[in-house]
Design a protein around this ligand. Sequence first.
Ligand SMILES: *Cc1c(COP(=O)(O)O)cnc(C)c1O
Length: 441
Amino acid sequence: MPKMCAAADRTADAGATIAAMTAEAHPPNAESDLSRLLHADRRAGVEHGALHKPLHISATFGYATAAELVAVFQGANPGFVYARQGNPTGGALEGKLALLEGSRAAAGFSTGMAAIAGILLALLKAGDHLVVSRHLFGNTRSLLQTVQGLGIDVDFVDAAEAGSVEAALRQSTRLVFVETIANPGTQVPDLAGIGRLCAERGLLYVVDNTMTTPALLRARDVGAGLIVHSLTKGLSGHGDAMGGAVIDTGLFDWTRWPHIAEPFRIGDPAGWGLLQIKKRGLRDFGATLRPEDAHRIATGLETLELRIGTTNANARVLAQWLEQQAGVARVYYPGLASHPQHARAAGLFGGRFGSLLSFELKHGIDPLAVLDRLRLIILSSHLSDNRTLAIPVAQTIFWELGAERRAEMGIADGLVRLSVGIEPVADLQADLGNALAPFNG
Ligand SMILES: *Cc1c(COP(=O)(O)O)cnc(C)c1O
């Protein structure tokens, strides 16, 4: 029986969608991935000549004969069974995500956190050891505390040097987890060096590529085995949907993973890891991506390149300008020459540096008083939206950590995080200039 359940997931495998996308008269190399993405739904044969994959809201899928139902259930035929494990609208999005990351297959989740929990809880067992970056998204960090409570050991290291990761490795180490650009400090780990280390040691390398998106980095290029995305952020951009994704690059050899359960050791071993993540993360935990959200995220993806180009250019202008303001003590942005990993970021991210920057106000300036003077920029905790957002870090997203931990992490009370949007940069500069004006003298 479990064998039958396991097999059903291969039906929604993104590889099948990619195959459909590329099964065209034109050789795939003649077109860029962006063109392939924009035309993927149409070419997959949407009815009435529609240009978008329809919103399939059905909770379940019916078959004309019992034999057909069984064939889909066992994975012999492609198809969908019960929508907790995936739906066609989500499947189309998964194919596009795998295409953008140059990877084997993707699985959609209800949120970015569900995707990360899906990886950790589906793959690990008590007694395993993980090495993770010290600079992680706050909720990922708190999820890791839950994971520690289940008997899994976690070491938090400064991933700026691959050597610190190496020094923390043990016999029981299974996985290394990093983010491409940390929030709010914008640290950039030695992504490629850690990738080489993981390849040498046969470790699963998980890269959260949310802050860079494949527009800046294909995480497979730095050796990631699994890529994580919060689809809520830059990939959708419009702030009108939530989602997450786990993408299997195809680089990790799942025959070396000790905890693939028997029912998931079916078919090509390259698919085992994602099958187990989907079976547990979607079927068992129920962290399903809604078709409505999948549709909105897919629409957002179409303009990824345009949006990222604008937000990243705006962020760079604002970072340079903020560095010159009298009321500002420090600016954290990988695009600044003053950033400790500027050269690394320039090499990895194709000359772009993301839409996230943080600035520290001079001692004695109340960040809340500055932020209250903003008229255009929104006071909000979200990231990589089309609109520019600002938040005082110590008083909100890092409040729960307490003053001592914040001091250790270098998070000053006057730290403000900006997520830069696509507004004309002159408007943003004027708004920030007006907010800072009484404090600049
Ligand atoms: C937002 C975020 C997440 C979590 O994503 P949600 O969709 O909000 O659950 C994970 N990692 C990073 C780097 C993020 O910025």
